[in-house]
Design a protein around this ligand. Structure first.
Ligand SMILES: [Zn+2]
Length: 384
């Protein structure tokens, strides 16, 4: 009997949709929620267990004993049918997680689907109106301490403001259409529900770091910002399709990490800097959570003289895993911590250099240009 059920589950797994996790899309799921009727991966099964058996009942596909009725339920539902029901009304601004995405995003996606029923009852989507407000813990620029700050998002004003004292002047006004927001659980390891918001202020980038004790709140903020951005893009580009515009809402940093970098002179020694590649902006900082980069390099297109090479310029001492970034203004001699890391940096930067500039890229480079002393090209500004 047990053997027959195991065989049947194996057969069911071959059906369309069942060979990947119903929640994150990772391959070869090893678990199932047998009351919901879906095949899921080990990571997602953990979230299902946390929600409690009144919502989801989890079993291992091979190591647990299956009853006939449970296998029957898996046959009745399956991943495709469950998706039609639980993801019926996912708003276009919503970022559906993939397998490597931060835990908070995966967890809240699963809870939104099965616990809160957000995609069956759209009125439960608190982040789609374009306005959003509440308190977040924000890291101080000077002393690194986190303090509670009121944040207010307004789609009609295109602003995200935060206040030190409520009802007074805001401490900062960020333009929603120009900011980027990413989940930052690795950088802010004590705070899994955290975001890094980056925006342009006076021609340079400013980062702010926030967290909330509730994963649902931080995810709602993330989706609310995406939603406000999407609505504004829809007004600005009425002929563009929604799926096209959704690509421009938020973008995870393509890569972050320590590199060694020389100064502009050949005699300058290598200094350790925290690099982050945000779309076409390569920023370097003293520390990973600095409020401002020490410098930023706009990465243009190969046709404009940008390229990547192994090794260093003549006269510069090779650090072992060195490579250089050539821009029209300057050659940056850099060095990674390992061969794999160096090759990965070269690969991600080459990908950017090969990509044609979009209208948004040109707008960003124009904003950065203001601080530039050199007049003819879009490369460095404010190197400190
Ligand atoms: Zn999964």
């Amino acid at each position: 009997m047990a053997e027959r059920n195991e065989k049947m589950l194996c057969e069911l797994m071959k059906l369309p949709g069942n060979s990947v996790c119903a929640d994150c899309g990772s391959r070869n799921p090893e678990y199932a929620s047998y009351n919901i009727g879906i095949f899921i991966c080990a990571r997602c099964s953990g979230v299902h267990r946390q929600m409690g058996v009144h919502i989801s009942k989890v079993k291992h596909l091979k190591l647990d004993r299956w009853e006939d009725s449970q296998v029957e339920r898996m046959r009745e539902v399956g991943n495709v049918r469950a998706k039609m029901k639980f993801e019926e009304r996912v708003p276009p601004c919503y970022r559906i997680p993939k397998e490597d995405d931060p835990q908070v995003l995966v967890e809240q996606w699963i809870r939104a689907k099965y616990q809160r029923g957000e995609f069956c009852y759209p009125e439960r989507q608190l982040y789609v109106s374009g306005d959003f407000s509440g308190f977040l813990m924000k890291r101080g620029k000077e002393d690194s301490r986190f303090r509670s700050r009121k944040f207010v998002l307004s789609e009609s004003d295109d602003t995200l403001k935060y206040y030190i004292v409520e009802n007074r002047e805001p401490k900062a006004v960020l333009r929603v259409s120009e900011l980027n927001v990413i989940f930052a659980p690795q950088k802010m390891s004590l705070y899994p529900n955290s975001l890094q918001i980056s925006y342009l202020k006076d021609g340079t980038t400013r980062h702010i770091y926030v967290y909330h004790s509730e994963g649902e709140v931080i995810t709602n903020w993330y989706m609310a910002i995406r939603c406000a951005k999407l609505h504004r893009l829809q007004v600005a580009y009425p002929s563009a399709s929604e799926s096209e515009l959704v690509q421009f809402l938020t973008e995870d940093f393509a890569k972050e990490g320590w590199l060694w970098k020389t100064g502009p002179k050949v005699s300058d020694g290598f200094k350790k800097r925290w690099f982050a590649l945000d779309n076409r902006k390569l920023m370097y900082h003293d520390e990973p959570m600095d409020a401002n980069p020490k410098g930023e390099i706009f990465i243009g297109h190969m046709a404009d003289g940008y390229c990547m090479n192994m090794g260093v310029s003549t006269g510069v001492r090779d650090q072992g895993f060195s490579f250089k970034l050539t821009t029209p203004d300057r050659i940056y001699n850099l060095s990674a911590q390992s061969e794999i890391d160096r090759d990965h940096w070269i690969e991600v930067l080459e990908r950017v250099i090969e990509r044609p500039l979009t209208a948004q890229d040109i707008a960003v480079s124009a904003r950065l240009v203001r601080k530039r002393t050199n007049t003819n090209s879009i490369s460095i500004f404010s190197p400190r």
